[in-house]
Design a binder for this molecule. Structure first.
Ligand code: MCN
Ligand code: MOS
Length: 762
């Protein structure tokens, strides 16, 4: 599959690892030639529409479907009265309860907006109309709409998120200078451009699912387990995704409903989750609260950090948004204590949203550090450099690479930090108060095995094949560059096929782990395929290279040659023809030698083989330092971000153009988080009030200033085979505190509660 006519930038090095090739699928997406999950034509398609609960907690006692069933075109109504006969699937980590039934339309209502019924009809309009006619009678029970409810309580301590060393309380009590603050972040949503939904079709006992996915194999496994069919019988297809940001990693209840309906009706079914239903069909970022106490010497040396945090979760599952995720590793501190609680409320279980944990955590610690700097009369840059962590105090391990100091210094220089005047409200431009602030960010290097297949074809083209996902990060492009690099060909000679659970297994496009993982597998497979070709070329009776006496071959500029340049110079196609080969196919994975078939299946369909940042000799993370300039209107309190400079250490960059775009994307989301984003809950009924893109505000072009991004990283070969660290998430981390700190500098008002809206500044 060729995904598009490659664009030329006039630079041959664009097509090598490290080149600035544009995204291959980008133009397909913006011109409408990329097919999304809801656009697959299927013969005899029926349409499903969800009915969601209108109460926050209780039970469905009666559900009257008569009117809906009598409506034109209606084929079926599914309710909690129907036994769908499904079985609970494996969790993320590979654990599965035995024979536990699974109810995607449960009778118990645990949050407002939970799916309680579905209507299937000949057309989407008919299904949507009939869905309004489903009459649900509830027995309502008391509910906790949000963390702000006085009855929400303290929640429960997550023992695995409790950390400490030294004697933090004693050191805090003894510290000459202390600051303390409570920091809050609201419920936030992914609002990916492409809403959720799927098209499903059964062919006998085989299920095809067209669904946007960050993890083709993991989601296929879930479908196979729900329906009790072999993994091989499911094909999940997801070549193009309009953004996921963490929301498309797992199969969701509505997917089970659609697949059940399709089987029962013997027809393909399409279920489009409406934008509003997207707000409750899966969880966004949980609201958080955290208290941070810092103790320091008079000259600004940190003595103690005491951190206590909490995040909301649902009443039926624990999903911690770890407020203490960045706190222990940003600074050098000998006495540390952190604890995180989850507080059940009546919401859909929250989920991962770009930079989970690290993001609200950085808001706390990076705001608190500037508060400390101001209390001491110190420059916020200086206090950060002064407390620089020379190793990871939490794990005790050395950093693999940590160029955060370089990020701070280079970023400060590019921003012009030295021209800042320290006092709040000391910089202005007419009626606009100007403020500058810093926020550091971090995200762990997470590693996982992957698998890839390389084919060299008779026509000289090279195919890269993997079940990996490209939801916009650039997977297609960096893999084409890798193969082009190894075979010395141009990227337009490479075809990349991704996004299908029938293809070789891959790490999830999550946790910023995919690029490092799949690049390793593709590099390994492509190198092996090239070695095989070299072997044939040197030994095959038909080969013109046989008598050159060479023991290897060069691949460059689209030609294969012997090292000293004597003998033939052939294109891949010419060489394949001379060798009389139609195809060379090599499959490789990055699991340890001798891994079993079971290991392979587990590796691609669960997260059980994923390695955290300190599994090994080193502590491995990406790092960044953001410098923000804001302009606050003195009369109206409106905040504009007028300039951002951010410097990053993400190791080696496989494609700097795409990396810069990833960083900017993260920073833009961070600006939204700082100034706009907030899921508002109606405290009477637990409903998300602003459940649409008109009212849930995300930044538009006019909210976004010039963003300068700088790389200060060096290759880190502990982090990944090719030296890169994670890129996709670190950019959002630390942006909100940089802006909050800038707002303080501009106005003298410390806002500890996101988003920073004008009412909080007046
Ligand atoms: N890259 C690189 N060099 C590196 C690392 C990465 O050139 N050393 C570039 C590549 O273009 C690669 C991209 O950065 O495709 C992201 O790589 P990586 O950091 O490994 O992240 P993943 O591929 O695992 O992608 C997931 C990550 C996450 S977890 C979220 S959330 C997120 C993000 O990517 N969601 C996104 N970026 C997104 N970008 C878009 N357009 N849409 C989303 O939904
Ligand atoms: Mo990213 S939130 O890990 O998909």
């Amino acid at each position: 599959m060729t995904i598009m006519e490659p664009r030329k930038h006039g630079d041959a090095s664009d097509g090598t690892i490290g080149g600035r090739q544009s995204r291959f699928e980008g133009s397909m997406k913006v011109t409408g030639s990329a097919t999304y999950a809801l656009e697959y034509p299927a013969e005899g398609l029926a349409h499903a529409v969800l009915v969601q609960s209108t109460i926050p907690a209780g039970r469905v006692v009666k559900i009257d479907t008569a009117m809906a069933l009598a409506a034109p075109g209606v084929l079926m109504v599914l309710t909690p009265d129907d036994d769908l006969g499904l079985v609970t699937a494996t969790d993320w980590y590979g654990n599965r309860p035995e024979n536990q039934p699974y109810y995607p339309l449960p009778r118990e209502v645990r949050f407002n907006g939970q799916a309680v019924a579905a209507v299937v009809a000949e057309s989407r309009e008919q299904a949507a109309e009939a869905a309004k006619l489903v009459r649900v009678t509830y027995e309502e029970s008391p509910s906790i709409p949000s963390l702000d409810d006085p009855n929400a309580g303290e929640g429960k301590v997550m023992d695995n998120l409790t950390a400490g060393w030294g004697d933090a309380e004693a050191a805090l009590a003894a510290a000459p200078v202390t600051v303390e603050g409570e920091f809050r972040t609201p419920r936030e949503y992914h609002v990916a451009m492409e809403p959720h939904g799927l098209t499903v079709r059964w062919d006998g006992n085989h299920l095809t699912v067209w669904e946007p996915s960050q993890w083709s194999h993991g989601m296929a496994r879930t479908y196979s387990e729900w329906f009790g069919i072999p993994f091989e019988n499911v094909q999940l297809i997801s070549p193009f995704i309009g953004g996921g940001f963490g929301s498309k990693g797992g199969a969701l209840a509505y997917g089970a409903v659609a697949a059940f309906a399709a089987r029962k009706l013997g027809r393909p079914v399409k279920l489009a989750v409406t934008r509003t239903q997207n707000f409750t069909s899966y969880g966004g970022r949980a609201a958080t609260r955290q208290t941070i106490k810092l103790g320091a010497t008079e000259d600004g040396i940190l003595q103690a950090i005491v951190h206590r945090g909490a995040s909301e979760t649902s009443t039926y599952a624990d999903w911690p948004e770890q407020t203490g995720a960045a706190t222990p590793i940003l600074y050098k501190v000998e006495n540390f204590s952190s604890q995180h609680r989850v507080v059940p409320v009546n919401t859909v279980t929250p989920g991962a949203l770009r930079g989970p944990g690290k993001n609200p955590s950085a808001f706390g610690i990076e705001s608190a550090m500037e508060e400390l700097a101001y209390k001491l009369g110190m420059d916020p840059l200086e206090i950060r450099l002064k407390n620089y962590a020379d190793h990871d105090y939490q794990s005790g391990k050395p950093w693999s690479t940590r160029r955060l100091r370089e990020a701070l210094i280079t970023g400060a220089e590019a921003f012009g930090w030295s021209r800042r005047s320290h006092a709040p409200r000391s910089m202005r431009d007419g009626r606009q108060l100007i403020g500058w602030g810093i926020g550091c960010g971090t995200f762990p290097v997470i590693r996982a095995p992957s698998e890839a297949l390389i084919r060299i074809l008779a026509n000289g083209r090279v195919e890269v094949v993997s079940g990996a996902i490209d939801m916009g990060q650039g997977t297609y492009t960096i893999l084409a560059q890798t193969a082009a690099d190894i075979f010395g060909i141009s990227v337009d000679q490479v075809d990349v096929r991704l996004g299908d659970s029938r293809l070789p297994g891959s790490a999830i496009a999550g946790g910023s782990m995919l690029a490092g993982s799949i690049m390793g597998a593709v590099h390994k497979a492509a190198t092996a395929a090239r070695d095989e070709l070299i072997g044939l070329a040197l030994n095959d009776a038909n080969s013109p290279f046989r008598d050159t006496g060479a023991n290897t071959l060069n691949f460059a500029d689209g030609r294969v040659t012997a090292p000293r340049g004597e003998g033939p110079s052939l294109t891949l196609a010419e060489l394949m023809a001379r060798l009389k080969r139609v195809e060379i196919e090599i499959r490789r994975d990055t699991l340890p030698e001798g891994a079993s078939a079971q290991d392979h299946h587990q590796a691609w369909t669960t997260l059980s083989k994923v390695q955290g940042p300190t599994m090994g000799e080193y502590s491995m993370h990406s790092w960044c330092a953001h410098f923000a300039e804001v302009r606050v209107d003195e009369d109206f309190g409106t905040v504009r971000v007028s300039r951002m400079v951010s410097a990053f250490d993400c190791g080696r960059l496989y494609n700097p153009r795409l990396v810069e775009s990833q960083w900017r994307g993260g920073i833009i989301m961070g600006i939204g988080q700082a100034l706009l984003e907030e899921g508002l809950v109606d405290m009477r009924n637990g409903r998300t009030v602003n459940n649409n893109m008109g009212d849930y505000l995300v930044p538009t072009n006019s909210d976004i200033p010039d963003i300068q991004v700088i790389s200060v990283g060096v290759p880190d070969y502990n982090a990944s085979a090719l030296g890169g660290k994670g890129v996709g998430e670190v950019g959002i981390v630390g942006v909100a505190p940089a802006i909050a700190n800038a707002v303080f500098h501009a106005t003298g008002k410390r806002i500890r509660d996101l988003p920073i809206t004008l009412d909080k500044l007046m």
